[in-house]
Ligand binder design. Structure first.
Ligand SMILES: *Cc1c(COP(=O)(O)O)cnc(C)c1O
Length: 465
């Protein structure tokens, strides 16, 4: 056979309209379907120009567009069942919120709200006054405020305290850490205009190291909580109290970036104590920064608590405006803070998950395994280890329970992929050629949905429940 004539091939590429008809309803807005069609046609033309002879029949092209659109559908933000046992799962959106917070966000989303109106006076009011007060009470601080996330809080603090004549931020080499996907705290500091003054070594930093670095060029001392790693052995660093005293003597501020923001004692979990924001302030830090969607269990936010004059100054910084939260986040955070204040943090999903008892989890796993008795797979309930996640309490292993599944007719990896392709997508982990689904991170009632998805994924007859 002679090679296909490129011009002939080009002419035989199906037109957009024919493809759209062939594709039918794809469950995506027409604009996205059209974009998918155009991308596919562009690739086809490029392939032909490159001397390849791809299949250009309507069916073939439509099939490839279908695959492209399926990928787009799976990339839309959608609920996912987290059976990984990692509670504050960064890739899965960190903390699911409490019902009260969801309701508040929804109300704020669909209504006008008194965001900047004081209903008592009819005058313009401050944003989120009650939220700020609630956070201050929670943190036992003089004042508090909120920005977009903890990284934004850090950037704002740098912009506020770093000036051309004193631009150094003193940071221990033992705290120069990376969080998640490529976010390095010292890079943020430098990008925000600080000159980094590194002190100490990876494992040991003494108070004298800080003392020697302090000078007229110092803008602030920064202590970054080692939230997502731990060091053991020949390790030393001054505590917040010692640093605070030093900072105060020299007339500088001490800022502590805490990250997690636990409001409850974490030591009972397995002996690893994560300081609370109140702990840090009591020890003398001028400001403490932490995330709203880690251990607090609220929406994405960066909370800043501490000295009233500093909070006031931060809020007056023109860049505060660039970092402020929207009404939905503020409303959700206000409710989340209220739950903590009312001693009802057990209603916050991640707090409930963290405190779930192994016996109860074991019962859930047994019950789930019993629902899956007829599947073409070996299903057993067994103990497992869950984690806090979100770069918090990295050492803490929470005794948990999972079901482990060994399919008869495929690999555990294949089952994991099939389960992730269900609606809702269900995410577990593969260990020793078994798919493990940890029950600690399931929200109440998700067992049934998970069981149904598993049956579908295994190609079992889903009619029988
Ligand atoms: C997670 C974390 C941050 C970043 O918080 P975001 O809210 O994700 O911006 C900053 N510092 C520390 C110590 C953290 O653990």
């Amino acid at each position: 056979m002679c090679p296909a004539d490129p011009n002939e091939l080009m002419r035989s590429i199906p037109g957009v309209d024919r493809l759209l008809t062939a594709l039918g309803d794809q469950g995506l807005p027409r604009g996205l379907v059209l974009a998918g069609v155009r991308e596919e046609l562009n690739e086809l033309r490029q392939a032909i120009r490159a001397g390849q002879a791809p299949a250009v029949g309507v069916e073939d092209v439509a099939m490839r567009v279908c695959e492209r659109l399926a990928r787009a559908r799976s990339r839309r933000i959608q609920p996912v069942i987290n059976a990984t046992g990692v509670i504050v799962h960064t890739n899965l959106g960190r903390s699911p919120m409490a019902d009260q917070a969801i309701e508040a966000a929804q109300q704020a989303a669909g209504n006008y709200v008194n965001l900047e109106l004081d209903l008592a006076t009819g005058k313009r009011g401050g944003r989120a006054a009650v939220l700020e007060q609630s956070l201050a009470v929670l943190c036992e601080a003089e004042a508090a405020t909120v920005v977009n996330n903890c990284a934004a809080a850090l950037a704002l603090v740098v912009w506020q305290f770093v000036k051309p004549e004193h631009n150094q931020v003193i940071l221990s080499r033992g705290e120069m850490m990376q969080i998640g996907g490529g976010f390095r705290i010292h890079e943020l500091l430098e990008t925000a205009g600080a000159t980094l003054r590194e002190v100490g070594t990876t494992n040991k930093t003494s108070l004298a190291d800080y003392e020697q670095a302090l000078g007229p060029a110092t803008a602030m001392l920064l202590k970054v909580h080692r939230s997502n790693f731990y060091m053991e052995g020949f390790v030393e660093s001054p505590d917040t109290r010692a640093l605070a005293e030093l900072a105060q003597r020299q007339g500088k501020v001490l800022i502590e970036d805490l990250g997690g923001g636990a409001m409850f004692p974490t030591a009972p979990l397995d002996g690893e104590h994560e300081p609370t924001p109140a702990n840090v302030l009591k020890q003398g830090a001028d400001l403490v920064l932490f995330s709203g969607d880690k251990l607090l269990g609220g929406p994405q936010a960066g909370i800043i608590a501490g000295k009233a004059d500093l909070i006031r100054a931060l809020k007056a910084n023109p860049l505060f405006r660039a970092l402020r939260c929207d009404k939905m986040s503020l409303a959700a955070l206000e409710q989340t803070a209220s739950l903590h204040l009312a001693g009802q943090s057990g209603q916050i999903p991640i707090v409930a998950m963290i405190h779930a008892q192994p016996d109860a989890l074991n019962d859930r796993a047994q019950h789930l395994a019993a629902q899956l008795a007829d599947l073409p797979a070996k299903v057993t309930a067994r103990p497992s280890i869950a984690r806090i996640g979100g770069g918090a309490l990295p050492k803490t292993e929470l005794p948990s329970a999972c079901i482990q599944i060994k399919p008869h007719n495929r690999s555990a990896d294949q089952l994991a992929s099939a389960l992730a392709a269900q609606t809702p997508a269900c995410i577990g982990y593969v260990e020793d050629e078994h798919l493990c689904l940890d029950v600690r991170t399931l929200l109440p009632g998700q067992e049934d949905v998970l069981a149904r998805a598993l049956k579908q994924a295994l190609g079992a007859n889903a009619a029988k429940s």
